[in-house]
Design a protein around this ligand. Structure first.
Ligand code: SAM
Ligand code: SF4
Length: 332
């Protein structure tokens, strides 16, 4: 018997937010996320759509109110729209959101909205077509821009851009990206590169461009006022003078958000990760497959997992790689 229907860890933090990676595959090969030749998981090692739905149900019945579907690229997974529709219907879930590279949005934005997705994050690191192709190795900027327009038309509650900024690659575009976001009526968050997985394109230490530097660049052109919006995550938000949208900074290298951490992640292979920057995990693929019809067993395991949620992470870009999982496996 479970003594509680909440997920509370040994530091008293309640988990209400889960990020689920539905595939490790992607149609892009962003230089900071993947190496050029990636080996993807064999199909049988990836959670089925039914397993993802069962796990989502268990989480929601244990007090989770927000689920983010991510990847790899979530929108390349077959059956994703139906899965999102099923998750959106779970009783008790307030918010279903996705993170996407935008490549499939031109055709899927409206079906996603109709399925019940409330908000979307679209990754966009540059507004230059050639640079976009260089950073993503294979992606096309036009398709993503068309996807953003389709998303605006579909009428999501909020669309946010995510930009990873690398020194000597796209740090000169910070203010162009801010202006693009403000003109389009979108929020934008800038993300520091994290040392996730072995990559072959650049030295992470050499390419590191801090949130402080990005903020400093933006303040040369815009008035930023700290917003009191709190997410329990590594993001700080600012209002931009003269505009209604916000700019955010995601600084995973700083530790000060760990105390209020309200989230866990599930990899494409069903590994529950208790902290993005640590290896503490529990294998929910095994648990789901051993108990295909008994959700209580899954919920009991979720309660058990709370005992190993670590206090915080310890990223260090000078010791590479700190975490051997790629971001595409972890789910961003
Ligand atoms: N494919 C989707 C996309 O790109 O939005 C979703 C998955 S992707 C792993 C989620 C987010 O993680 C993206 O915004 C991406 O830019 C970011 N990301 C990937 N690798 C990263 C790294 N090493 N450091 C920081 N952010 C990273
Ligand atoms: Fe794919 Fe997203 Fe990783 Fe880029 S960041 S390679 S789009 S999973």
């Amino acid at each position: 018997m479970m003594s509680t229907n909440k997920l509370i860890d040994k530091f008293g933090r309640q988990v209400t937010y889960v990020r689920i990676s539905v595939t490790d595959r992607c149609d892009f090969r962003c230089v900071y996320c993947m190496s050029e030749d990636m080996e993807f998981l064999p199909r049988e090692q990836v959670l089925t759509l039914e397993e993802i739905l069962s796990l989502s149900k268990a989480f929601v019945e244990m007090g989770v109110t927000k689920i983010r579907i991510t990847g790899g690229e979530p929108l390349v997974r077959n059956g994703i729209v139906k899965l999102l529709g099923d998750i959106a219907k779970l009783d008790g879930l307030d918010e279903l959101v996705i993170t996407t590279n935008g490549s499939q949005l031109a055709k899927l934005a409206q079906p996603l909205k109709d399925a019940g997705v409330k908000r979307i994050n679209v990754s966009l690191d540059t507004l230059g077509a050639a640079k976009f192709n260089k950073i993503t190795r294979v992606g096309q900027l036009d398709g993503v821009l068309a996807g953003i327009q389709a998303a605006k038309k579909a009428g999501f509650d909020k669309i946010k851009l995510n930009a990873v900024i690398l020194k000597n690659r796209n740090e000169d575009e910070v203010n162009d990206l801010v202006q693009f976001a403000m003109d389009e009526g979108l929020d934008i968050s800038f993300i520091e590169e994290m040392p996730m997985g072995v990559i072959d394109s650049h030295s992470r230490e050499e390419a590191y461009y801090s949130s402080d530097q990005i903020k400093h660049d933006i303040e040369k052109a815009y008035d930023l006022t700290a917003s009191n919006k709190k997410t329990g995550g590594p993001a700080n938000y600012y209002e931009v003078g003269g505009y209604t949208n916000n700019v955010g900074f995601i600084s995973p290298h700083s530790h000060n958000f760990c105390e209020t951490c309200n989230r866990v992640r599930v990899t494409a292979s069903g590994l529950l990760l208790l902290c993005l920057g640590q290896e503490h995990s529990m294998d929910f693929k095994r648990i789901l497959r051993a108990n295909p019809t008994d959700l209580n067993k899954v919920k009991e395991a979720l309660v058990e997992s709370m005992k190993i949620k670590p206090k915080g992470h310890d990223f260090d870009i000078s010791e590479k790689p700190v975490i051997f999982r790629h971001m595409s496996v972890t789910g961003g």
